[in-house]
Design a protein around this ligand. Sequence first.
Ligand code: NAP
Length: 288
Amino acid sequence: MLAEISRLDITSGQDWDQGVPNSTGKVVVVTGAATGIGHAIAKRFAADGYRVAIVDLDEESACAAAASIAEETGGSALAAFADVAEFESCCAAHDRIVSEFGPVSVLVNNAGIMAQRLGRIEALPPEHFDQLLAIHVRGAVNWARLVTSAMRDAQFGRIINISSGNAKLAVPYRLAYVTAKKAILGITEALALETARDGITVNAILPGYIATQTLLDRADAGILDKDSFAERTPVGRWGRPDEIARAAAFLADADSGFITGSTLVVDGGITIRGDPDEDLSHPPSPKS
Ligand code: NAP
């Protein structure tokens, strides 16, 4: 009987009735948050009232990010060093976060490296493949492993994995990156099932081309063509890091509890575009 009642219980556990947003005081960990998309996500969460832990390989940049986010938003942010690929390093960062902020309610697995095209598989260095999988895949699992037991205790948790449009639309010569980003969808779905009865949701965001400094530097160095990326994207522009942050904030919300194991594509339509040469600005003439 009790089980039946709990299955019919459709409340989200939100505390709006007390006039407090459901984000207030909750602890969020964002990995790779010293720069780029992670930084924008951390800033959004701090502005929304979460206590934000910025986890990054680059401790100096993470400290600077925490200080600027706290100042700009008036929220709480701390920096913690961790190499997400190394479990011991993640444990040390997690211990510090829990002792200073308390148990983690929201995890955003964002840390990653944007690999360049490396040529054919024959030329793919095995250590490059291992490194990409260690950071993107093992990194996401390391952090999920650390936070889920407290989430189960609280019967609430949100895990958001940053994958890529490349998980949907593969590109040649970036085999390790495509493999890693597709693997993140596997983690998302398997973990969503493992945690579904514990108030925990696990979802993935698939960004398209997002104008982070890392990619803008590559454009400046002539490694990628900024204009052609914008042209290939149906909405005709690059995405902004804060547009990914908005999607993360939506998935983290207590009211998003029925969304789990899903992928939220935030890519200006690029992964649904069949023919990149189709003119989206003008309809074809009736005779064509
Ligand atoms: P970014 O600006 O280069 O930021 C990535 C951050 O992750 C950096 O601060 C980096 O630190 C950190 N990091 C790298 N390896 C780490 C490790 N082992 N442990 C802890 N932190 C580590 O990249 P981004 O463009 O914001 O991308 C963020 C995520 O979105 C990545 O997972 C990426 O694959 C994904 N994504 C991005 C785009 C895009 O267009 N930008 C599109 C699709 C998906 P260091 O600077 O010290 O290396």
